[in-house]
Ligand binder design. Sequence first.
Ligand code: AMP
Length: 196
Amino acid sequence: MKYFILFGPPGAGKGTQAAAIAERFNLRHVSTGELLRNEIASGSELGVMAKKLIDAGSLVPDEVVEGMIEALFNAVTGIDGFLLDGFPRTTAQAEVLDDMLAKRGESVTSVISLMIPDELVRERIRHRATIEGRTDDASDETISNRIATYHKKTEPLVAYYKERDKYMVIDGVGTIEEVRERVLSALEPFSKDRPE
Ligand code: AMP
């Protein structure tokens, strides 16, 4: 099984690029943000708790997302792997993921990091707010907190995966098609169809 991680700041285009990557490698795309938004929509206790944190631009507790990911690893079959989008987001989550995979005799295949500057993060999120109506895209304060949370809690993962030789950075500035082209060609070495 392949375990790809789509990494990058909010608004980098992870969700947008995920479909093409998942299709190319027969992966299940798992967005923890999307799973949490589904919980909110269902009105579950977890959703109520998550909404407060998400709308503040904070992270939900590590155990919550770790549980969601493990449940999916156990449940989903008929695919060649997973494309994790928005997970892990803290070093603790990355360590738990490594343990979960080690227990299965597996490991992270590669981290695909989409990088864009902070100014573009704001611009893209403001644009997305007009299309998707996410409450956490609506306020400048929440966006600022998400950017700060990214730099403080998530960016240390760059070093974590570089040390493990799993980190691949892709310029996320450009049109959707240009970035998709870059991502798919960077992933070509992982293709099983590739001639030896
Ligand atoms: P996203 O759709 O990936 O931008 O996620 C939206 C929000 O969901 C984030 O700002 C966090 O509040 C929460 N969230 C998503 N994934 C995680 C995660 N791995 N750990 C903690 N919180 C998360």
